[in-house]
Design a protein around this ligand. Sequence first.
Ligand code: COA
Length: 193
Amino acid sequence: MAEPASRSSSAVSPAARGAGPERVRLGCRRAATPGEIAAHFVIRHQVFVAEQGLFAGQDRDAHDDDPATIHVVGTADGVVCGTVRFYPLTRKPGRWKGDRLAVLPGYRHHGLGAPLVRFAVRWAGAQGGQLMEAFIQPPNVSFFEWLGWHRVGGLVEYARIPHQRMLIALSADPPAPGRRGMRSQPARAASGS
Ligand SMILES: CC(C)(COP(=O)(O)OP(=O)(O)OC[C@H]1O[C@@H](n2cnc3c(N)ncnc32)[C@H](O)[C@@H]1OP(=O)(O)O)[C@@H](O)C(=O)NCCC(=O)NCCS
C-alpha cells in the first residue's frame, strides 16, 4: 500500500477561490477502499464519458479488472477529485502504460494533475519499470512535455480522436522533486497488488 502523498496549494476549489489564499492540501494515493475505487470510476465517467464524450456509456475496460492495474485517486482537502490509472504491459517487459488522467473541472489548474502523473511515474519506476507510455490528447502534450515526457511519432487515433504517443524513462531512484514536486514515491511499491 502506498503512503499518501501530499503537498499544499494556495487555492483549489471554486469555494476556495474568492475566499482568499487558503492552504489546500493536495494528495495522491492508490485507491484502496471500495469507496475510493468507486470514486475513481465516478470521476473518470464524469470526465471521459459525460464531459468529453470520449467513450459512449462507460470508459471501463479489461485493465480495470486486472489486479496488476493501479488505480489512483487525487484529493484536495480530502475530497477525491482526480484520477490516474497505470499498468505494466505484459508483452513488453519493463514497459508501463498510464491513462485515465482526470481532474474534475472545478479543481483544475491548481496543481493536482501534475502530481498524479508523477505518482504513476514514480510508482512504476519503483517497481523496476524502465519506460512508461501514454497516448495524450493534443491540448495536453505541452503539459506532459513540461513534466519530462517526450513525443514519439505522429498523431494516432484513439477513441475516435487524435492522440500523441509519449514516453518517459522510469527510474527506481528518481531525482528529488523540485519546486513543483510531490512526495509521491510509494513507500512500499513492491507490495502493490
Ligand atoms: C489534464 C488535466 C488532468 C490537468 O490537471 P490540472 O490539475 O489542471 O493540472 P495542474 O494544475 O497540475 O497543472 C500543472 C501545471 O501545468 C499547467 N498546465 C495544465 N495544463 C496544461 C496544458 N495543457 N499545457 C501546458 N501547461 C498546462 C498548469 O497551468 C500548471 O502550471 P502552474 O502551476 O504554473 O499554473 C486536467 O486538465 C483534466 O482533467 N483535463 C480533462 C481530462 C484530460 O484531458 N485528461 C488527459 C487526457 S490525455
